[in-house]
Design a protein around this ligand. Sequence first.
Ligand code: NAD
Length: 429
Amino acid sequence: MGISLAVIGCGKMGLPIAVQAASRGLDVTGVDINEDLVAAINRGESPIDEPGINNLLSDAVKSGKLKATVNLSDAVSRVNAIIVIVPVLLTDSKQADLGTIKAVTSGISRAMKPGAVVSYETTLPIGTTRNILQPLLEESGLKAEKDFYLVYSPERVKSLLVMDRLNKVPKVVGGAGPLSLEKGMKLYSAILKSELISVGTLEKAEMVKLAGMIYRDVNIALANELSRYCDNVGINLSEIIPFVNTDGEAHLLQPGIGVGGHCTPVYPYFLINDARQKGVSQSLAETARKINDGQAEYVLQRLKILSGNIEGLKILLLGLGFRPDVKEDTESSAYLIRKAVEKHGAECFLYDPFYSADEISGRGFVYHDLNSPDHIDAVILVTAHTLFLKLDWKRLREKGVRSFIDGRNCFKKDDLEEAGIKYAGIGSG
Ligand SMILES: NC(=O)c1ccc[n+]([C@@H]2O[C@H](COP(=O)([O-])OP(=O)(O)OC[C@H]3O[C@@H](n4cnc5c(N)ncnc54)[C@H](O)[C@@H]3O)[C@@H](O)[C@H]2O)c1
């Protein structure tokens, strides 16, 4: 019997997997609570901005291999494989918010057929799949490894590169037991062309993802900490990082204004919280979080050196998105910088070409039109959007700008100084 698949959560990660599976000939139903998104998929239009997805999606819908629905029970009752990729974010107290994934799991439990393979791809705290989700699935009366098969396989590609990387980045698979592992490997070999790595247990597969995320956060924190020293002694760190990385061992990332998004600044807490409860030290991961979040205050210290004083300044943040040319501001560094600006008694304004004035004020920022002549004293580049890379220094100076903090180390100091604007990057010396 062929594989029929339900993908639950058809956002930036789920939809590409659904489309990929359909392109390999599987019968796929995408499930999402967002009715507009479901309607767009059924029209063959991508509701997400992901390079390379449009044609594959419309072909999959036309051929009848992909459809979408808001009805989870109906979809789950008709398939023999289920992939769950709904978000797990942090609560205000930085605990994993499992509400959505538990609700989805209870829905699956009520509808799944015996013999189904259920694979979770959402990043999770270690032990969640076995200790929290498995019991919910077993409320169906079916037992894992006997009546259904439970898999964890972390999604390790990132948005905007998904269609390119889905078939290249090795897919890590863990199972509740040997039968689940075997079924999981079969499922992913039918969906993907990438190498499959059978890591064994659910927990090992969960750990692969968290360890990778913490590695990234710690690596950036190291670059950020080194940048503070380099600023003190007048060495441009960004310039020398490519040379550092020629020794065959180092893979140092670039320093910057902070780490945003719903991955890198979020997932370390999944491990940190659990380790704290178990009395195990994870001081490196904790320190990395502090250093990276502390970049907001460091940026203000850099500005103080340029301006002499921060209080009362009109400071414009350029960029709300946490990645260049992306309209996505989850945990964006802009939020921490706004707090730091206000703490120093300055006024904070924001411009981002991807967000309307209403969207910006809806997020608690004062909107500022970059093209207006309205006075600004200092600018902090938060996001290296392509549009910002062509900034007109003369016009900025005419607006009153005297200081510029290049949070992404994109510009040449000389270009700004020629226009009469003082410049500092992060670790620019
Ligand atoms: N975005 C990334 O770059 C990235 C990278 C690697 C892994 N991930 C993992 O993927 C997960 C999902 O991320 P994303 O970027 O696709 O998020 P997203 O917000 O783009 O999409 C999530 C989708 O889930 C839907 N959803 C929410 N509650 C639901 C419910 N009860 N039933 C059905 N659908 C529901 C939402 O409507 C949305 O369409 C993350 O939590 C993370 O673990 C994301």
